[in-house]
Design a protein around this ligand. Structure first.
Ligand code: ZN
Length: 350
């Protein structure tokens, strides 16, 4: 069984909205209860988070923006963008989210753990260098990827973003760089509007951004096909030294914000593909980082299946009792073809 770590801390529930908000502390409450259940308890190594330092936040964010978020500390409520609030504790919570992801990455890089899942909030992948966006304050996954490169001297990191939404902040952080490859599958056209096939990176980063925009509808089988036909060959050719996953569970079939059809078994299978490509390229070093996911039971069940897969459990039956179900080619084949055409100049194995 793999040594799997989880970042878990009740302080992540201190970021609280003043009225209904889908990105609520309940999301972590159900996950934290799940990891204490009989079948899960004692199998996971708990990782104590710390707050990210200003210097670490500045890997991705400009100082002026960090100061703006800091200025919300202790104040009742500040709206940082139409969807994104800060309460009195949000600055501290966001620093702890970024810092928790760093500790998880460090332990995986050093080999103290085989893999880890940062069960944190607020999420991060929409956060831009100079502004909050889409429930995100600091870009946890981007900070951790850059930290792996700058502090731990890794040469290449791969970020896989399977959240329903495109991770605009993450893409922009590394758009002109070849040392961090950003892959995203997402609903499109949809919030935040970025993530078209033609966004492939620029300058020396050309070919190191891979976008797979999807209409609503794809489920387990379609997502697996996208991962096997596009992500896998590119990742095997790229040979990252660490893999991060912006793990959003808003592609769950009952998620209130999304139009995708992925089941808990589907998440397990996506995780399995990711873990296998990591095993072939970087000794299985994968750090999952929680992003979206707003159906509480779906979030709990899906995270559970991912954690079991990380530990080495091989499931996995879908809703229909089959491992993956049938692919509906009309849903994804045209997109897969277009992405391959666009990325082929950069990737021989595609
Ligand atoms: Zn999302």
């Amino acid at each position: 069984m793999a040594r799997t770590g989880i970042v878990k801390d009740n302080r992540y529930m201190d970021h609280v909205a003043d009225s209904y908000h889908p990105e609520s502390q309940e999301r972590l409450r159900v996950i934290y209860e799940m990891v204490q259940e009989a079948g899960m308890q004692g199998k996971l190594v708990e990782i104590q988070p710390r707050m990210a330092t200003d210097e670490e936040l500045e890997l991705i964010h400009v100082r002026k923006y960090i100061q703006l978020v800091a200025s919300t500390a202790g104040r009742d409520y500040t709206m940082l963008d139409p969807d994104t609030y800060a309460c009195a504790q949000s600055y501290a919570t966001a620093k702890l989210a970024a810092g928790g992801t760093l500790v998880a990455a460090e332990k995986v890089i050093k080999g103290e753990l085989d893999n880890a899942f940062a069960l944190i909030r607020p999420p991060g992948h929409h956060a831009e260098s100079s502004r909050a966006m889409g429930f995100c304050l600091f870009n946890n996954v981007a900070i951790a990827a850059d930290y792996a490169i700058k502090t731990h001297k890794l040469k290449k990191a791969l970020i896989i973003d399977w959240d329903l939404h495109h991770g605009n902040g993450t893409q922009h952080s590394f758009y002109e760089r070849e040392d961090v490859l950003y892959f995203s599958s997402h609903q499109f056209p949809y919030y935040p509007g970025t993530g078209s096939i033609n966004e492939v990176g620029s300058g020396s980063g050309k070919g190191f951004t891979v976008n797979v925009p999807l209409h609503g509808g794809p489920g387990d089988a379609e997502y697996m096909k996208v991962f096997e036909e596009i992500l896998e060959p590119i990742a095997l050719e790229y040979k990252p030294e660490i893999v991060f996953v912006s793990a959003g569970f808003d592609i769950y079939y009952q998620d209130p914000l999304g139009g995708m059809q992925v089941t808990p078994a589907g998440f397990a299978n996506l995780a399995k593909i990711v873990l296998e490509l990591a095993r072939e390229t970087c000794n299985g070093k994968v750090v999952f980082v929680l992003e979206g996911g707003y159906h509480l039971n779906g979030l709990r069940d899906s995270v559970k299946e991912v954690l079991k897969t990380m530990q080495g459990d091989i499931l996995i039956e879908g809703r229909d009792g089959k491992i993956r179900g049938m692919v509906d080619p009309r849903m994804i084949d045209p997109v897969i073809r277009k992405v391959k055409e666009t990325q082929k100049p950069f990737w021989k194995k595609l």
